[in-house]
Design a protein around this ligand. Structure first.
Ligand SMILES: *Cc1c(COP(=O)(O)O)cnc(C)c1O
Length: 223
């Protein structure tokens, strides 16, 4: 089973104008990405640093690469030169490394802070207090953080059939997003609310998402 272009076109037609579709191509071949690229698609999401750098080397240079996986600090340097948006930043340590590598590359890297909204213990992310602390830290020392821009929030809902549970989790993230939107500094400017995957993107959009990360619905199931 390969890429589903009919599904892609249909999805694009049904999405509200302000919602960015990030096509999650992890574990899928570069040829699948190229097929979507040839439809005009430019935003692709990857979870693994080695796989991302391999694909970036092979594919057209005007692709906007989103890193959506759990990023280790010691690997930031490999993606800093070309990455468009890092979705899953959930510690000051990681943020500091992104800042450092961005400055080295003479660029500003937009990042989304990951918030833990799911019931499951295993999912990464900050709680509301940690999020607040981190934002205050950046706000308090703008001269240090010139390599990054806090551009919004990202989260993953619980893996459950219970739509009311998923909705409650998306609502929490959307509320936090609205809370910090008025904060506008040189390197804080919230515009992206990244929530929603193949199974729950419609609900996510109804809760205020403007960036969805869709993998299996476009590329087929992963092994
Ligand atoms: C894999 C992944 C996705 C895509 O999931 P699908 O269910 O295949 O749409 C979205 N977000 C993150 C963080 C992922 O790891």
């Amino acid at each position: 089973m390969g890429i589903n272009l009919v599904q892609y076109r249909h999805l694009l037609q049904t999405l509200p104008q302000d919602v960015t579709l990030v096509a999650v191509s992890k574990l899928k071949p570069a040829s699948d990405i190229l097929a979507l690229y040839n439809e005009g698609h430019r935003d692709f999401g990857e979870n693994y640093v080695q796989e991302l750098t391999d694909k970036q080397g092979q594919l057209p240079k005007d692709i906007n690469w989103h890193f959506i996986g759990h990023l280790q600090s010691n690997k930031v340097k490999y993606i800093a030169p070309f990455v468009s948006l890092i979705h899953g930043v959930d510690s000051l340590k990681l943020l500091a490394e992104v800042n450092k590598q961005a400055i080295k590359n003479k660029k500003t890297i937009p990042v989304l802070l990951q918030v833990h909204i799911a019931k499951e213990e295993t999912k990464f992310g900050l709680d509301a207090a940690e999020l607040d602390q981190l934002i205050q830290e950046i706000q308090g020392q703008p001269e240090i953080w010139t390599g990054i821009r806090l551009s919004g929030l990202m989260g993953m809902a619980s893996f459950t059939e219970d739509a009311s549970q998923v909705k409650a989790e998306f609502d929490i993230l959307a509320e936090l997003f609205e809370k910090y939107k008025p904060v506008q500094t040189a390197n804080i400017s919230f515009r992206h609310l990244s929530m929603g995957m193949s199974n729950d993107y419609e609900l996510a959009i109804s809760c205020g998402s403007n960036m969805i990360r869709i993998g299996s619905m476009l590329f087929g199931a992963r092994n």
